[in-house]
Structure formats: structure tokens, C-alpha cells
Ligand binder design. Structure first.
Ligand code: ACO
Length: 370
């Protein structure tokens, strides 16, 4: 229970439903490997300037740099400026992804923003980003799948391209988690940060390269392990919800941890299986960055060499739906992503949601000559 949340007892909040044990092998429809229909043609990210280090947090709550590094792997995280909202970071990342793809806002057919920290409930952050970029009057909508949001966004974009409905789709993962983080609660405030990552999704253009598979899952029974109790239709904002600090993230860290390790390993296996591949075929694993120990434990379960696992958590903390696109972008800039590489992207988060995608990287047009 977060510090200062004692008055939350006055208002009913969702709690974990332990009536059903976690299903280690949830049902899925086996799919045949098929040629990719979509690819990632450009990447971009945006990180706020302000850095909050573990030593800064030592002055805010009873914690230590040593505890945070040992239990999470995090050393610092970025925080949005007071006048910086999710749509600002999302638009900045989107511009970079478009430039990377050699395209402009006029080329965008549809815009998907994955976020649990929208600027406001209405209008959608996607519509605000559309306005900021100055795109044409194309489809724009938000998608809420917490830290798996970017994978869900890729799945929707791939489907729209496969259906022939859209051709150039911007998928953004953005969070300003500092706005829903209780900086009196040491069990959550050391974890979260703010950032945006974006990808331009286009029809596949080279044989065998692009998105080979996407796998999605969710278990609503775990919803009470990670949630924001108030501010929605169940518990609208009131003086009692504000006093009870119910607009902040509440989390049962150990339950999330247990779920996360299994969901991460399951999503890697299922997405590779759908692509007709195995763990040995994976050149790089880019997982959601929630805790280095979660990543290490899942890698051990999968028997993946740590060299093949990419992380950015040390510098950015948990940035939820932004973590996969930001990490993918950084992997490429650090030379860890070469055309032809098989990359597995994998997420898990509130909901609980989880999912993975197998991508054979072909990058922007000019990278094709590799
Ligand atoms: N500094 C110092 N001590 C702390 C801190 C802190 N920041 N936070 C908790 N502690 C204390 C606890 O109070 C507890 O003390 P006690 O033994 O006296 O009761 C002790 O440390 C151990 O606490 P645990 O909860 O057992 O610590 P654990 O090793 O499980 O680490 C953590 C906690 C880091 C939260 C871990 O459970 C975790 O990472 N869980 C997953 C969280 C996560 O991934 N969330 C988001 C996923 S989805 C998404 O990304 C939105």
C-alpha cells in the first residue's frame, strides 16, 4: 500500500482476483508461418531532458541507490517538464521516425498511439499528435494495453496493411508515468520514467524481411496487481479520491514480477513458433524494460545468452509502452540491429497483457544494400 494511501479505505478499489491460478499454457490458435506483409520502415524516440537519479530519489523517499540498482537495475530515469505532455513527446518521436523513413506527415494514412497516460481522456492523444504533425484527416486513435501497447499497436497496423486499408501507419508508444507516480511511495516511484518511441509501419518490401509474426494475450484476472484506482467511471475524481492518493499507480510488485517472467518467456516462445522459428534463431531480444531481474530470469528460462538481450532500463527505468520502440531505436543506433537480423520484441504489463513480435529487420530504404 503506497504511503499516504490510508484514506483509500473510504472508497472501494479493485483488488487482485486470485480465484483462478495463472494459466501457464493459455489457449492460442496455431498459425502457419507466412511471408511478412508489413515492416518497420523508420524508428524514432524522444526523451525528456530532466534526469532523476537514484541519488535524487534518496532525498525524496527512504531508499538507496544500492537497493534500486540491485533489485531493479535502474540507475536513472527521465521526467517530462511541467509543460510537456504525452502528445508533445509522441509528436517529437513521430517526426524522427518519419525522417528516418524518408517520409513526411503527408504520407501518413493512420496513426495509433499506445498509452496509459494520455494528455486527457478526451480527445485522444492520437488526435493531438495528428494536429501537431499536421497530417491529413487520417484515422487516429489511442490504444490501451499498458506496457504491451506497442506490440498491440504493431498487430493492428499489420492487420490494417494486410486488409489493404492503409499503407503508412505511425505507431507510437508514449508515457508520462511521472504524472501518475506517487513520489511518496518508494515501492513504485523508483521504477517509472517518461519517454516516447515511434515506428513507421509500411508494406513489406523485401522477401523474408519485416514482421514475421505477432502474438497477443491478456489475463484480466491479474488486473488488480497493477492499476490506477480512480479517475475513470468506477471511481470518478473527487476530493476523497485525491485525498486517498487514488490517482496514482498501485502495484503488488511481487505478483507482477511472477506474472512477468512467465508471460515474457511464453510470448517469446509463441511468437517465434508462429514464425516457424526457435530461440536459437533469434539474434536479439528486445523485451519490455520493467526490471532487469525479470529480464534476466526470463532469459534464463529461455536459455538465451545475455549477449543476445538488449536493455536500456539502466538509463530510462520503466517507460511502459515506450520501452520497446525506444530500446529498438537505441539498439539500432548502437549498432546492435543489422539488416537481416531476427529480432524478438516482447511486452507484458497492466491488464495483465502480454505479447511478442518477430521482426526481420530491414530498416530504412537506404540500409537495403547491407
Ligand atoms: N527502497 C528500499 N526498500 C524498498 C523499496 C525501495 N525503493 N521498495 C520496497 N522496499 C522494501 C520493502 O518494503 C521490503 O521491506 P520489508 O522486507 O521490510 O517488508 C523489501 O524492500 C523487499 O520488498 P519486495 O517487494 O520483496 O522487493 P522485491 O525484491 O520484490 O522488489 C520490486 C520490488 C522492484 C517492485 C519488484 O517486485 C518488481 O520489480 N516487481 C515488478 C514490478 C513491475 O515490473 N511493474 C511494472 C510491470 S508492467 C508495467 O511496466 C506498467
Amino acid at each position: 500500500m503506497p504511503a499516504g494511501a490510508s484514506s483509500s479505505k473510504a472508497v472501494p478499489v479493485a483488488g487482485p482476483d486470485r480465484s483462478r491460478a495463472q494459466d501457464p499454457d493459455p489457449p492460442h490458435r496455431p498459425v502457419r508461418p507466412r511471408p511478412p506483409v508489413a515492416t518497420l520502415a523508420g524508428l524514432g524516440s524522444a526523451l525528456p531532458r530532466r534526469v532523476l537519479t537514484n541519488h535524487d530519489l534518496e532525498r525524496m523517499v527512504e531508499t538507496s541507490d544500492e537497493w534500486i540498482v540491485e533489485r531493479t537495475g535502474i540507475r536513472e530515469r527521465r521526467l517530462a517538464a511541467p509543460d510537456e505532455a504525452s502528445s508533445d513527446l509522441a509528436a517529437a518521436a513521430a517526426r524522427r521516425a518519419l525522417a528516418d523513413a524518408g517520409l513526411g506527415p503527408e504520407n501518413i494514412d493512420a496513426l495509433i498511439v499506445a498509452t496509459v497516460t494520455p494528455d486527457s481522456p478526451l480527445p485522444s492523444t492520437a488526435c493531438l499528435v495528428q494536429k501537431a504533425l499536421g497530417t491529413r484527416r487520417v484515422a487516429a486513435f489511442d490504444l490501451a494495453a499498458a506496457c504491451t501497447g506497442f506490440i498491440y499497436g504493431l498487430a493492428v497496423a499489420e492487420g490494417l496493411i494486410a486488409a489493404g486499408r492503409h499503407e503508412t501507419i505511425l505507431v507510437v508508444g508514449v508515457e508520462t508515468l511521472s504524472r501518475v507516480t506517487d513520489y511518496r511511495d518508494r515501492t513504485t516511484c523508483v521504477l517509472f520514467g517518461d519517454a516516447a518511441g515511434a515506428a513507421v509501419v509500411r508494406p513489406a518490401r523485401s522477401p523474408g524481411r519485416g514482421l514475421l509474426s505477432v502474438y497477443l494475450g491478456a489475463d484480466g484476472n491479474g488486473g488488480g496487481s497493477l492499476y490506477i484506482p480512480a479517475g475513470g467511471s468506477r471511481l470518478p475524481a473527487s476530493t476523497a479520491t485525491v485525498a486517498g492518493r487514488l490517482h496514482y499507480v498501485h502495484m503488488n510488485g511481487q505478483e507482477v514480477f511472477r506474472f512477468a517472467v512467465g508471460a515474457l518467456a511464453l510470448s517469446v516462445r509463441r511468437s517465434l513458433e508462429a514464425a516457424g522459428l526457435g530461440v536459437k534463431d533469434m539474434d536479439l531480444l528486445v523485451p519490455h524494460q520493467a526490471n532487469l531481474r525479470i529480464i534476466d530470469a526470463a532469459a534464463r528460462l529461455l536459455r538465451v545468452d545475455p549477449e543476445r538481450v538488449f536493455h536500456t532500463i539502466e538509463n530510462y527505468g520503466n517507460i511502459s509502452s515506450a520501452s520497446i520502440p525506444v530500446s529498438l531505436d537505441e539498439a539500432r543506433r548502437r549498432g546492435r540491429l543489422r539488416p537481416g537480423d531476427t529480432v524478438v520484441l516482447v511486452g507484458f504489463g497492466g491488464g495483465m497483457t502480454y505479447g511478442g513480435a518477430v521482426l526481420v529487420w530491414d530498416g530504412p530504404e537506404e540500409a537495403d544494400d547491407h
